[in-house]
Design a protein around this ligand. Structure first.
Ligand code: NAD
Length: 252
């Protein structure tokens, strides 16, 4: 456990999924957490409050910052969207939307909250993806935006370091969110899909939102005071496992 007592933390996209797990973990570690999201999560724990936010919009980001007040210790840029489309079928509006939420959003939120971020001990954690390193099919916009988040993280660490603000990213792999679970449960081939997913991961299973939240908590904490500009992959060794033809694989 980290100790965030007396720290105010902002989590964008914290109404559900990974963002919600991050908001719960930081609150459990003592932070006062402000969740910024398009939609109200409703049931919130102690030390959590919701403020409406659209990370695509500069006026929304500025209004959100005003509602947060000063002395923000941690900013977690988690809000993100994903969709599948071939280059031929994808519209420029879809491309722009992915960039506006996934890439411009973290930049805009950091800019809007910059004067309110604690100097000397501020921490920004961006949620990237292993798809900023590789890509699944039909994910040009998503992969490009997440690769951008990783680059943005390095650039922010360089620019904000002298102000005492560290910036890192977490690149999650397959995380078992409610949405991902529901997607798998709908499949006729559910059991095969689960077995094949497990085989992709040397650790033998997919990730949990709490796994991402634990890494965010470390990066935001004083224990990581000399860690900045890094992208920490949280994927059960999926991306470092080289593929072999199935016929040659000992795990077939
Ligand atoms: N789930 C995974 O396996 C996985 C893997 C790698 C990376 N990620 C990344 O983790 C982050 C969270 O993913 P998730 O699976 O929990 O997603 P999710 O769809 O369950 O939750 C995303 C949240 O972001 C909010 N949001 C979307 N657009 C917004 C906007 N314009 N302004 C404010 N809030 C907005 C949504 O309302 C929602 O609450 C995303 O950045 C995603 O790309 C997820």
């Amino acid at each position: 456990m980290s100790d965030f007592t007396g720290t105010t933390a902002v989590v964008t996209g914290g109404a559900q999924g990974i963002g919600r797990a991050i908001a719960d973990r930081l609150a459990a570690d003592g932070a006062d957490v402000i969740i910024g999201d398009l939609r109200d999560p409703g049931d919130l724990g102690d030390r959590q409050r919701y403020v409406e936010l659209d990370v695509r919009s500069e006026s929304s980001a500025n209004a959100f910052a005003g509602a947060c007040g000063d002395g923000i210790g941690v900013l977690v840029n988690n809000a993100g969207i994903m969709f599948e489309a071939s280059i031929a079928e994808q519209t420029t509006e879809q491309w722009d939307m992915a960039m506006a939420v996934n890439l411009r959003g973290p930049w805009l939120m950091t800019k809007a909250l910059l004067s309110r971020l604690s100097k000397r001990s501020g921490a920004v954690v961006n949620i990237g993806s292993i798809e900023g390193i590789g890509s699944n099919p039909l994910h040009t916009a998503y992969s490009a935006s997440k690769g951008g988040v990783h680059g943005l993280t390095a650039a922010m660490a360089v620019d904000l370091g002298p102000m005492g603000i560290r910036c890192n990213a977490v690149a999650p792999g397959w995380i078992d969110t409610a949405l991902n679970k529901a997607y798998i449960e709908r499949l006729d081939t559910r059991d095969v899909a689960l077995a094949e997913l497990a085989m992709l991961h040397p650790v033998g299973h997919v990730g949990d939102p709490a796994d991402v939240a634990a890494t965010v908590a470390f990066l935001a904490s004083e224990d990581a005071r000399f860690v900045s500009g890094q992208v920490i992959v949280v994927d059960g060794a999926r991306t470092v496992k080289l593929s072999l033809p199935p016929i040659l694989s000992p795990q077939r």
